[in-house]
Design a protein around this ligand. Structure first.
Ligand SMILES: Cc1ncc(C[n+]2csc(CCOP(=O)(O)OP(=O)(O)O)c2C)c(N)n1
Length: 578
């Protein structure tokens, strides 16, 4: 038995949870907790805005598979975490946020820097706590980690009044589950498996829809085995990138609004969809009343609330994905769907023929070429972290993430400003890996203050800034659907190279393809943080992300780039398969 303060219990428990790094900013409401930190050997990354602490913890969690930790003071420190917590919630990312709170004696009196953060975050956390008794603190932290990572992962917040941080008690290490007993992971019911197997055996044009659940459940090998045995093409969601090898013959690419034409056509033509750990997001299905009308649907998900939520399902399997998929693969008959797979390959060949990469850029630098060059240089092995907007979609379309490599992107909430701080977390999670943050000039300016954090931590994050001098994705919609009226989307930007220089960060600017290649090679050689600003066009077809399913349209009603708009055609395919 030892006596410890609440503050010491925080670090003792974090250490027992195996936490090595936390992200945060101190302040009056959390200073007691910060005080003993160094005695516990846990590294603290001082970010420049609390939103970045949550995004960095999230990026760390996504890149490591462990729980990320963010710390903030009471009031504005805590409320600054909110966007980061909502981002983690939407994408099932396990983080634990610890916030300071005013003392229990003044709770509810509008005390200085008081905010009801448990009330505010109730709908965007898996669970949250206001700890009013130091004797409950150890058990609360113990449970918080279990809740964050169990079942469908997500964020948990612990609010700590300052007197609880200061109070002393006998520290008793919690044993096993305390107030929270994690439910055993759901396993598939025999009848559901039976019916799924039946549908799969009968299908002629099956398609797998692979979401982030494949990665979270550790079912990458099971998915490959299923696709091989049943000869089933696989489409992935944005967050499912990495769930299936892009070099596999049955890989269809990303589905959805800016998905690969082969994936979208295959889904609409399929007679069976097998949805694995995905949630039929509206960006993925297009108009729900016109979605995959010929297909029966099997949906396996760990979260029962996702089953039959937006799309009616024929066979809903409430289960952890891995055992369910393994059992199904065991029981289905081996199949060959030559004609169907050939058809999907023809769709892929067709879109290859029209791909922008086939066109000589004629001096300009289309963004897909940038992502392709990063891909070609890193062989699909880099950890890619994106911001939100066109840059995110180009990164998803043109970076063929190798199997089980992290592709870190804010999918559900679509949070601009996510890229740079999430890349900081990802680089700390994977110090030996090459991390690229692909960001737009708009979103980058929502968190560029984290350049200072990069320098302070000496992290070799490579920033690819795609500068189109506008809020590109919104501007694209304005061009296509709002009569070309560009309302509040043109940006007057700073000189980003000089700005990076002011932070002490090496920076390059590239305006053409050759310069881009050189800058990427230089950035890869550099040992510290580096920024490459790519000047891309703001006008014309190469400035748009294609294909695009307009809002309200069926998934295969894609608008494509006009075949003549991009300039002359190259002779041979210059890219590796994606
Ligand atoms: C915090 C936040 N505010 C606003 C938006 C709406 N939004 C989505 S994409 C986009 C434009 C992004 O511009 P930029 O970062 O320059 O990237 P680009 O699309 O040009 O690649 C905006 C404003 C958002 N997703 N997140």
């Amino acid at each position: 038995m030892m006596r410890k303060t609440g503050a010491e219990i925080v670090w003792e428990m974090l250490r027992r949870e195996g936490v090595e790094v936390v992200f945060g900013i101190p302040g009056g409401g959390i200073m007691h907790t910060y005080h003993p930190r160094r005695d516990y050997g846990i590294h603290h990354v001082l970010v420049r805005h609390e939103q970045s602490a949550a995004h960095a913890a999230d990026g760390y969690a996504r890149a490591s598979g462990r729980v990320g930790v963010a710390i903030a003071t009471s009031g504005p420190g805590a409320t600054n975490l909110v966007t980061g917590i909502a981002t983690a919630m939407m994408d099932s990312s396990p983080i634990v946020c610890i916030t300071g709170q005013v003392g229990t004696s003044v709770l509810g009196t509008d005390a200085f820097q008081e905010a009801d953060i448990t009330g505010i975050t109730l709908p965007i956390t898996k669970h949250n706590y206001l700890v009013t008794d130091v004797d409950e603190l150890a058990a609360t932290i113990h449970d918080a980690f279990r809740i964050a990572r169990s079942g469908r992962p997500g964020p948990v917040l612990i609010d700590l009044p300052s007197d609880v941080q200061r109070a002393e008690t006998e520290f008793v290490p919690p044993k096993g589950a305390t107030t929270y007993t994690p439910r055993p992971l759901p396993t598939p019911g025999a009848e559901a498996i039976e019916r799924a197997v039946e549908l799969i055996d009968r299908a002629h044009r099956p398609v797998v829809l692979a979401g982030r659940g494949v990665l979270l459940s550790g079912a990458v090998d099971e998915l490959a085995a299923f696709a091989d045995k049943t000869d089933t093409p696989v489409a992935v969601t944005l967050l499912g990138k990495g769930a299936f090898s892009p070099s596999h013959r049955r890989y269809l690419g990303m589905m959805g609004m800016h998905g690969h034409p082969a994936a979208n056509h295959a889904i609409q033509e399929a007679d069976l969809l097998i949805a694995l750990g995905m949630r039929f997001d509206d960006r993925v299905i297009g108009n729900p009343t016109m979605y995959a009308l010929q297909a029966r649907k099997i949906h396996i998900d760990i979260d029962a609330a996702e089953l039959n939520k937006v799309i009616p399902i024929d066979v809903a399997v409430h289960s952890d994905l891995r055992p369910a998929l393994a059992e199904i693969t065991d029981r289905v008959r081996p199949k060959r769907h030559e004609e169907w797979v050939d058809r999907t390959e023809r769709w892929r060949a067709q879109s290859r023929a029209h791909d922008l990469l086939r066109h000589r850029p004629n001096g300009a630098l289309p963004a897909p070429h940038i992502v392709h060059e990063i891909f070609a240089a890193t062989g699909g092995e880099a950890v890619i972290v994106t911001d939100v907007g066109q840059n995110q979609m180009w990164a998803a379309q043109y970076y063929a993430t190798e199997c089980a490599r992290p592709f870190v992107s804010s999918g559900g909430l679509g949070t601009m400003g996510f890229g740079l701080p999430a890349a900081i977390g990802a680089q700390l999670a994977r110090p030996d890996d090459e991390v690229w943050a692909i960001v737009g000039d708009g979103g980058f300016q929502m968190s560029l203050h984290e350049l200072a954090t990069l320098v302070q931590e000496d992290l070799p994050v490579r920033i690819a800034l795609i500068n189109n001098h506008c809020l590109g994705m919104v501007r694209q919609w304005q061009t296509m659907f709002y009569d070309g009226r560009h309302e509040a989307t043109d940006l007057v930007n700073p000189d980003f190279v000089r700005l990076a220089d002011a932070y002490g960060i090496e920076a390059h600017r590239a305006a053409g393809l050759d310069a881009a290649r050189t800058a990427i090679a230089d950035a890869r050689r550099h040992r510290g943080p580096v920024l490459v600003e790519f000047e891309v066009v703001r006008e014309g077809e190469p400035s748009h992300v294609y294909p695009m399913v307009p809002a309200g349209a069926a998934l295969d009603a894609m608008i494509h780039r006009s075949p003549t708009a991009a300039g002359s055609t190259l002779e041979g395919p210059p890219w590796t398969e994606r």
